[in-house]
Design a protein. Structure first.
Length: 189
């Protein structure tokens, strides 16, 4: 599959089979991610790969964030809610937390460091698709919560930019929907 085909045909695949993914394939995807463009060659990304019981760390983060937002719940009701939150981490056999780890280089601009980490995630998604895997880039409020950062032992300047859930597809890819690029383009000539 060439890169243009991968770009046009990649879709978010939210349902994947529980089958394990070979570590060599995961490493191949991470290698593709690491070739993302970055200003001043800072390579401001870190990847936390969770498989098997390792996904419980993410479940712990989801539960901690939920518990902090539900001070009125207690007992059985709270336990049931936290158990549901923990299960979110097990929706795929592989979950990769992509983290922006900004460089100490004084020329590095924080927004550019984040942009580079996001580009690395896009490379990872395209490589997953090209290798026949399904993936979805998950984010949302829990990802940005200080308790989630703390759960993963991240430093203050590090930011989680996405959780990539990865596995063998267990659904049809949704139809493509895009506004024509001409509607989003301004030419200055």
């Amino acid at each position: 599959m060439n890169v243009e085909e991968a770009i046009r045909t990649r879709r978010s695949i939210g349902r994947v089979k529980p089958d394990p993914i070979d570590r060599g394939v995961i490493e191949k995807l991470l290698e593709a991610a690491a070739w993302a463009p970055c200003h001043h060659h800072t390579q401001p990304w870190t990847f936390i790969v969770m498989t098997g019981d390792g996904r419980a760390k993410l479940g712990e983060g989801y539960a901690r964030v939920a518990a902090s937002a539900l001070p009125e719940l207690s007992g059985q009701e709270l336990e049931e809610r936290l158990a549901k939150e923990k299960l979110k981490a097990f929706r795929a056999p592989v979950v990769i937390a992509a983290v922006c780890s900004p460089s100490a280089d004084p020329k590095a601009v924080p927004a550019e460091e984040l942009a580079a980490a996001h580009a690395a995630v896009q490379n990872l998604l395209l490589a997953a698709h090209a290798n026949g895997l399904g993936a979805i880039w998950r984010s949302g409020d829990p990802m940005y919560h200080p308790l989630m950062k703390e759960t993963f032992g991240l430093h203050a300047e590090q930011e989680i930019v996405g959780f990539v859930y990865l596995g063998k597809p267990d659904m049809q890819a949704p139809a493509a929907r895009r506004v024509p690029v001409t509607a989003k383009t301004v030419w200055l000539e």
